[in-house]
Design a protein around this ligand. Structure first.
Ligand SMILES: [Zn+2]
Length: 65
């Protein structure tokens, strides 16, 4: 089923062309798609994306003191 989802995502979903810079937050290094917000684990050893991370709710509680 994951393969079907991946194919549908490839055909109709975001192609993740516009990726952010590399972030390392709480020991986790990743890039983020600027279009859809998908996260991709990033290896600093190989300087390449390792795998897509499951979507997590984006923290929206930014407060300006
Ligand atoms: Zn995307």
């Amino acid at each position: 089923m994951a393969t079907v989802t991946a194919i549908l995502d490839f055909l109709f979903g975001c192609h993740h062309v516009q990726l952010s810079r590399v972030f390392t937050i709480q020991g986790e290094t990743y890039k983020v798609c600027c279009d859809c917000g998908a996260k991709f684990a990033y290896s600093l050893d190989t300087m390449s994306i390792k795998r897509r991370l499951p979507l997590t709710p984006v923290p929206t509680k930014f407060r300006v003191a």
